[in-house]
Design a protein around this ligand. Structure first.
Ligand code: HEC
Length: 177
């Protein structure tokens, strides 16, 4: 490559950089406001820390289920095109295993996290916290983990014991002290 060609390319790159950078730089280093952060700070860990206020029961959740979930996940959580969320307990060690909330999920708390951030598939984030508690209660009761009238909230949900709670081992090595 000749020095002249290199010089022109470099000059062009510097010119483009100079023209473009100030526009992007306006957002760099900008402090994120508390109100902006609230919308992103929605992760719920296994222990349930971060679960919001609000509550719901399976009875309340069944309407939401019919209107917003059943088309993809089936009338009672079974048989829909997006896969079963109910049943399958005891199938995990067979070749025809069915992984559902009841048979596979180790935590009830992360179910809240998942549904709130990702479902319904066409409108993630559209459910209120009460609606998420209710539809989570519906899934847990359909799986016969809780009764129909058990109220799910920040206190009760973490105490729900999932059938497959002991079915996982940590991939991460335990830190040496
Ligand atoms: C338009 C179709 C559609 C609708 C409506 C829908 N889902 Fe889903 N759902 C999916 C698909 C597709 C997946 C798999 C997504 C993936 O693996 O990335 C999924 C995954 C899930 C899972 C995780 C399943 C697992 O074990 O990994 C849960 C729980 C769930 N949906 C709950 C709900 C609830 C509750 C509603 C109603 C509020 C709902 N879904 C509405 C399509 C839908």
């Amino acid at each position: 490559m000749s020095m002249r060609k290199f010089g022109i390319k470099t000059a062009t790159a510097v010119a483009v950089f100079t023209l473009v950078t100030p526009v992007h730089a306006q957002n760099l280093g900008k402090v994120v406001s508390e109100s902006d952060l609230v919308n992103w700070d929605i992760s719920i860990g296994p222990d349930g820390v971060g679960l919001p206020t609000g509550s719901g029961t399976s009875a309340e959740g069944s309407n939401i289920w019919s209107e917003q979930c059943s088309a993809c996940h089936g009338e009672n959580g079974k048989g829909g095109p997006a896969g079963d969320l109910v049943g399958g307990v005891g199938t995990l060690t067979s070749p025809d295993h069915i992984k559902t909330v009841g048979s596979f999920w180790p935590y009830s708390t992360t179910l809240f996290d998942y549904v709130r951030r990702a479902m319904p598939y066409y409108a993630p984030g559209s459910l209120s916290d009460d609606e998420v508690y209710a539809v989570v209660a519906y899934l847990l009761s359909q799986n016969e983990i809780i009764t129909d009238d058990t109220i799910m909230n920040a206190d009760s949900l973490p105490r729900v014991e999932m059938p497959n709670a002991d079915g996982f081992i940590s991939y991460w090595p335990v830190a040496k002290k």
